[in-house]
Design a protein around this ligand. Structure first.
Ligand SMILES: [Ca+2]
Ligand SMILES: [Ca+2]
Ligand SMILES: [Ca+2]
Ligand SMILES: [Ca+2]
Length: 593
């Protein structure tokens, strides 16, 4: 959810930073080609990925298979190379360029601050997409608004890719073009539960307004291997999207069970969680969603999730309280954050041991102290504020004291707050915080010497069966404390409350390349980017051996992960088993057969 914060940070650093790799690393493009046991290229064919995410731009050329057939094109102006607006696709193979066969190209929008270099002046077969400007209006018409239907190839004027056989960056006579046709998106469950299906009404799919799922899908299966410079791991895999609906207060995502069940019914082979939550969560793997997840994993589906970007956000305090010891935790809320009025902040304290008791009092910004809060639930009116509280216990014996703070007259929660805790027993206390901005860090936050990053891997990657993915830096470092190869400062770390090591493996986070909405290439960052790197790798592994179970996959990923001077000795609680090595994991599966 809090991807925006990371984009903003990137924006600030790219222009000041010179901490770049000299060579750009296309992290989603394998450095070797592999063939499966039938001699077919390993491209994810036959594998279906389910993604719980913001949505997908179904019109992006990255999301159509190159299954529309090979065509000749006609060099109308006879200059030997492709001339947009004059040259034509020879659809009916009669050697004559008709007016409705004219070819133009989409110069892909470059939203990478030019970290990814593109040539904006020319048609580049390895970066841009051809289309048939059938109605001659010099733009690519698409979608129902322009009169296209579900049955039309690429849902608009048809896209083509060029086979630049001699790889000189120019489409010449003798080199053919291949039509794109079928969507790689099998189905989408929209935010309101409407299901769109390829072949029926996928063309009506809601846009990816948050611009997140489009980039995730690009990492997993975008583009076309062997033709384009940038493409995802598994361009021949298919995807099913379950679009997240965000609520105003925690839990910010409440439709997980419906989304998980939908993807199960769609028989996906891999399920990817692209959300991180921590407020009002037990973080111990005991929730309904996490239990469902375990059930799916047992049924053979590989479950993968981003570990979350909560480290360094000052969103967690940890304290081992001794009997009768009093601890004061301070936090501060701004009036606004990320363009939103901040009219609610939230805190949950967790500890193990359902018989262990802690007693809380709250000091409001207008300096009024609440009565003691020990258990039960209710609303207290203290000074100008409302304090909602509830004590709940998880099936695994984790205790949670939940607080929601608001101003009585629907004003903001701006100001300095204190929560005082004393324990009747020795307890190991976790205290999480967030506000309505849903920020990973920087709006409402703790001010305390007990701030910790140990235990920052977020729900639902806290599920026992979820392969939780951390992020490390590639291509561009953000500031002087960052470096190529280093763990991203925000990547969640530590043991979770139930004592499980939070992270399984790490993969490239910032700054990776993928596609974004509206025919663009973009930089993509966070554990949101790292997790689909693992998903793409697993899609390739599953093409080679579809019988691999969730546990097999997890073991192979751990076994083939690599260590270096940044990871130190693995496994550890920052890196899990180390850095994902896709080529090594694929070789392992090939050799095992
Ligand atoms: Ca020409
Ligand atoms: Ca170009
Ligand atoms: Ca047109
Ligand atoms: Ca050429």
């Amino acid at each position: 959810m809090k991807i925006k914060t990371l984009f903003v940070t990137l924006f600030l650093f790219v222009f000041s930073a010179v901490y770049s790799q000299t060579d750009i690393w296309y992290t989603t493009v394998l450095q070797e080609k592999f063939l499966d046991k039938d001699g077919k290229p390993v491209t994810g064919k036959g594998v279906v990925v389910g993604d719980i995410d913001s949505g997908i731009d179904i019109f992006h050329p990255f999301f159509f298979f190159a299954d529309g057939g090979e065509y000749n094109w006609i060099d109308v102006d006879k200059n030997g190379t492709f001339t947009p607006g004059l040259d034509a696709v020879d659809y009916n193979n009669d050697g004559i360029a008709s007016i409705s066969e004219v070819l133009r190209y989409i110069e892909m929008n470059n939203n990478t601050y030019n970290v990814l270099k593109t040539d904006k002046e020319n048609y580049n077969p390895d970066m841009d997409f051809l289309y048939n400007d059938k109605n001659g209006n010099k733009k690519r018409d698409h979608g129902e608004k322009d009169g296209f239907s579900e049955q039309d190839p690429t849902y608009g004027e048809q896209f083509f890719i060029a086979i630049d056989a001699n790889q000189n960056g120019v489409l010449e006579i003798g080199e053919s073009i291949v039509a794109l046709n079928t969507s790689k998106v099998r189905a989408v469950r929209e935010k309101d539960g409407t299901i769109r299906r390829r072949g029926i009404d996928l063309i009506k799919t809601e846009p990816d307004s948050v611009q997140h799922g489009t980039s995730v899908a690009g990492v997993v299966l975008g583009g076309h291997s062997g033709v384009q410079k940038l493409h995802g791991f598994a361009p021949d895999a298919e995807i099913v999207m379950a679009n997240i609906k965000y609520d105003y207060t925690p839990r910010f995502v409440r439709n997980f069970p419906e989304m998980i069940k939908f993807l199960k019914d769609e028989k996906v082979n891999i399920l990817l969680f692209e959300d991180g939550e921590w407020m009002f969560e037990f973080m111990d793997g005991s929730s309904e969603e996490e239990m469902l997840t375990n059930e799916l994993a047992r049924s053979g589906i590989t479950i993968i999730g981003g570990g979350g970007n909560l480290a360094s956000g000052n969103m967690l305090v940890r304290s081992k309280l001794k009997k009768a010891q009093l601890e004061t935790f301070k936090f501060s809320s701004p009036a606004t954050g990320e363009g939103k009025k901040n009219d609610g902040s939230f805190v949950s304290f967790l500890w193990k041991g359902k018989d262990k008791e802690a007693v809380f009092t709250v000091l409001t910004p207008d300096n009024k102290l609440s009565k003691e809060i020990k258990g039960g639930s209710g609303i207290l009116k203290v000074g100008n504020y409302n304090i909602n509280y509830a004590k709940v216990v998880s099936p695994k014996g984790t205790v949670m004291m939940k607080f929601a703070f608001s101003e009585k007259d629907s004003g903001t929660v701006k100001g300095d707050w204190q929560i005082r805790v004393h324990a009747k027993d020795e307890i190991d206390l976790f205290g999480f915080i967030v506000d309505v901005t849903q920020s990973w860090g920087g709006t409402t936050r703790w001010y305390s010497d007990k701030i910790s990053d140990e235990g920052t891997v977020t729900f639902p990657s806290t599920a026992d069966s979820c392969i939780a993915v951390g992020a490390y830096t590639v291509n561009y470092a953000w500031g002087t404390n960052d470096a190529i190869g280093k763990l991203c400062y925000y990547s969640g770390i530590g043991y979770n409350i139930s004592g499980k090591v939070g992270i399984d493996i790490c993969a490239p986070g910032h700054s990776t390349f993928t596609c974004g909405p509206n025919n663009s290439y973009t930089l993509f960052s966070g554990t949101s980017s790292a997790a689909p790197h693992v998903v793409g790798t697993v899609a390739l592994m599953l093409q080679i051996n579809p019988a691999l179970t969730h546990t097999d996959i997890r073991n192979i990923l751990r076994h083939t992960a690599v260590s270096d001077e940044f990871t130190g000795t693995v496994p550890n609680t920052k890196w899990g088993s180390g850095k994902l090595n896709p080529e090594k994991a694929i070789k392992y599966v090939l050799e095992e057969r």
